[in-house]
Write a protein that binds this ligand. Structure first.
Ligand code: ADP
Ligand code: GLC
Length: 481
């Protein structure tokens, strides 16, 4: 089976969130199962610098406002996987991240920058760009690649089946009507049952309407997005397509996320957890926290955005401190949340420490050194950090929503008795509910370290590897062929 993944990010070359981790790991898992998988990526600086053995495949010429566009092919680092890279310096050779400039504002020409991605996917599918390779399936990820299925649908002789995965419905790729004329798409699509969206148009909606199958990244989120509470105005479309919508849980690349990790102070295993103590001490030292083995050490590794419920945590901080806890935070995002964390670190010196920024290595050391990871998200399509935390025996504290509720088993008398507990969860996205659960976790930590170690062992033995998820995608593809 020949599969073309279409996406805007890939770990470790360009990453703003979990999407990049998945776009790196899923194709690898599929290749291991014998599929012929390629990835199509925009030629951002990090991609051009990181993909090896790049050679030209096709000269594309002027399109979407760029005079010189060519398609390159190369190899993804540390894999056998091929990648197509769209080299369009006028659109992609810029400071900042894939979506926003250094001023944190969206690039004004994002509609053209990402239309090119979907357009190139359709032309690769047609066999026009690479005479040596054509996909049987085009699998597009998030709004950035949402137009791939529209460009494919527009050509009646192009029958390549399409799968569209929603990683986060909150980002819908909405643009003003005036931009539509620049995309080369038929006006027939511009209706409420097409990609029109309340007087504008949406790349995400194009993916939802024109793809043959829709997936999202956890079973619970697949249900949630069909409701007004989580649907971002697209719940109607999703309900209509319920028969073609399924939730396939993300997997974890356990070669990258493992307590046998060379990035951490001391390695450890589920049966011999001693090394974790040293990781905790190293983390406390690194962050200038009191070197106190008796304090439960909570951590955050996250985008600091409304989605992630960081304001709830800030409001619940007195409970964490009152319970004898410590907190380390690694994140970047909204200015106001960053400022509030900074103030907290000043209010509780030696107990709360904050690093504003993005640091892949440090994120591993935090996963290893902390006792608990806080993920109080208001909504969470899947969430990867709680899965990473589980593997390092760092118990997740999560809002019971989306993928968080599919992956963390709350600690209750019943789950303790049946040996299933792996973390802590709470039902309402409110600081009081979070605070109460933080207190409970502190109490258990102080009271019964033997039980804590048993829960931790259980957490470390959870298996969210790609094997199952990759098999699910394969079944979906086969049904389309
Ligand atoms: P989302 O994609 O919504 O941000 P996920 O939990 O799916 O949430 O994925 C987040 C990914 O980004 C994880 O790999 C996490 O480790 C990483 N991450 C988030 N913030 C940071 C940061 N400040 N430094 C390093 N890694 C981070
Ligand atoms: C999105 C979601 C996150 C998910 C990730 C990878 O960024 O916010 O929950 O884990 O995509 O699918």
């Amino acid at each position: 089976m020949h599969i073309l993944h279409v996406a805007a990010e890939i770990y470790p070359l360009v990453k703003t969130g979990g999407l990049a981790d998945i776009v790196a790991a899923l194709p690898n898992a599929q290749a291991k199962r014998g599929c012929d998988v390629r990835v199509l990526l925009p030629g951002f600086r990090g991609i051009l610098a990181g993909v090896t053995e790049l050679t030209p495949v096709a000269q594309i010429g002027p399109v979407f406002g760029a005079a010189a566009v060519q398609l390159l092919a190369g190899r993804l680092p540390d894999t056998e996987l091929s990648a197509y890279v769209i080299d369009a310096p006028f659109l992609y050779d810029r400071e900042g991240n894939p979506y926003v400039g250094p001023d944190r504002h969206d690039w004004k020409d994002n509609h053209r920058r990402f239309a090119l991605l979907g357009w190139a996917a359709a032309h690769i599918a047609f066999g026009e760009l690479d005479p040596d390779w054509q996909p049987d399936i085009v699998h597009a990820h998030d709004w950035h690649a949402g137009l791939a299925s529209a460009y494919i649908r527009q050509n009646p002789s192009l029958k390549t089946p399409t799968v569209f995965t929603v990683h986060n419905l909150a980002f819908r790729g909405i643009f003003p009507m005036e931009c539509y004329g620049e995309l080369g798409l038929t006006a027939q699509f511009l209706t409420p049952s097409g990609l029109e969206f309340y007087g504008s148009f949406s790349f995400m909606k194009a993916g939802l309407v024109y793809s043959d199958k829709i997936t999202t990244v956890s079973p619970t989120y697949a249900k949630e997005i069909q409701t007004p509470e989580f649907g971002w105005g697209l719940d109607g479309v999703l309900t209509e397509r319920a028969n073609d919508l399924s939730g396939i849980l993300n997997g974890v690349d356990y070669d990258v996320w493992t307590p046998q990790d060379p990035k951490i102070a001391r390695t450890y295993t589920a049966t011999n957890q001693n090394g974790k103590k040293l990781c905790k001490r190293a983390l406390q030292k690194d962050f200038g926290l009191q070197r106190d083995g008796e304090s439960p050490l909570f951590a955050v590794v996250s985008r600091l955005a409304g989605q992630k419920g960081m304001d709830l945590l800030l409001d619940a901080l007195p409970e964490l401190i009152g319970g004898g806890g410590q907190l380390v935070v690694l994140g970047t995002g909204e200015t106001e949340i960053e400022a509030r964390f900074f103030q907290a670190s000043q209010a509780y010196p030696g107990r709360v420490a904050v690093r504003i920024g993005y640091d892949e290595n440090l994120s591993h050391r935090i996963m290893a050194g902390a006792d608990l990871l806080l993920v109080p998200s208001r909504f969470e399509p899947c969430g990867l950090t709680q899965l990473y935390a589980l593997r390092y025996g760092t118990l997740p504290v999560v809002h019971r929503v989306g993928g968080l509720s599919d992956t963390v088993v709350d600690t209750t008398p019943e789950t303790i008795a049946s040996g299933r507990a792996t973390g802590f969860s709470f039902d309402r996205p409110e600081s009081a509910a979070l605070g109460a659960r933080i207190r409970d976790a502190c109490t258990l930590y102080h009271k019964d370290r033997g039980l804590w170690r048993r829960i931790r062992r259980r957490a470390m033995l959870q298996n969210f590897s790609w094997d199952d998820s990759a098999a699910h995608y394969e079944v979906l593809y086969r049904n389309l062929l």
